[in-house]
Design a protein around this ligand. Structure first.
Ligand code: FMN
Length: 190
């Protein structure tokens, strides 16, 4: 079994998935892990909306509409690719944040949401499943709010979260070294 250091460093954002399913109980446990993220004032601001397969076409329709609105000319092959992209992964979840009227709480709640997604992802990674946080234009679409029954005055959608068995694992992106990002006060050499 991998230790936490290996899990953190080896987790990758997964862009392509096979259609192998994740047991719903594992998804529920991943959500439970998200609930264990640090949370100032214990506001529990994260909400998950699971999008079952029968609603995936609604997601691809929204995505295709956005592409067309941006002026993209789509062949039927392009359209099928988008449909498959949303159809394939075992789970797609919409992650939203309860909107606080306090700007500091709003910022701190987003931190909790991000840590929650990391907990969710690391839990599934340890079980052999990948995830991806998407923050593309689809999360701003009124059609997505409508589909999920989310009132935009009360909650903001922050992520479309993909989860499934990794098709192809990307190579790790180059990251800065610890010395690149660390200063020691009073020292010229880190
Ligand atoms: C807030 C946030 C939004 C992201 N949105 C996208 C996205 O829209 N599309 C995408 O391909 N990846 C997205 N990602 C994933 C990052 O691109 C990915 O984490 C980064 O490339 C590092 O790769 P790694 O997760 O494999 O280490 C997002 C990540 C975060 C934290």
């Amino acid at each position: 079994m991998k230790n936490i250091n290996e899990l953190i460093k080896e987790r990758r954002t997964i862009h392509s998935y096979s259609d192998e399913p994740i047991d719903d109980r594992l998804i529920k446990e991943a959500i439970n892990c998200a609930l264990h993220a640090p949370n100032h004032k214990l506001t529990f601001p994260i909400r998950f909306t699971i999008i079952p397969k029968k609603f995936r076409k609604d997601l691809s329709d929204i995505s295709l509409m956005i592409k067309r609105r941006k002026g993209k000319l789509l062949t039927s092959e392009d359209e099928n690719k988008v449909i498959k992209k949303f159809e394939k992964p075992s789970h797609i979840l919409i992650v939203s944040q309860i909107k606080s009227t306090n700007p500091l709480t709003l910022k701190e709640d987003y931190a909790t949401l991000a840590m929650g997604i990391q907990n969710f992802s690391l839990f599934l990674w340890e079980k052999g499943f990948g995830t991806k946080w998407s923050s593309g234009s689809i999360i701003k679409e009124s059609g997505l709010y409508k589909l999920c029954g989310i009132d935009p005055d009360k909650e903001s959608i922050e992520a479309l979260l993909w989860a499934g068995f990794p098709g192809k694992e990307p190579s790790p992106p180059k990251r800065p070294s610890v010395n690149d990002v660390t200063r020691i006060l009073g020292s010229t050499n880190p």
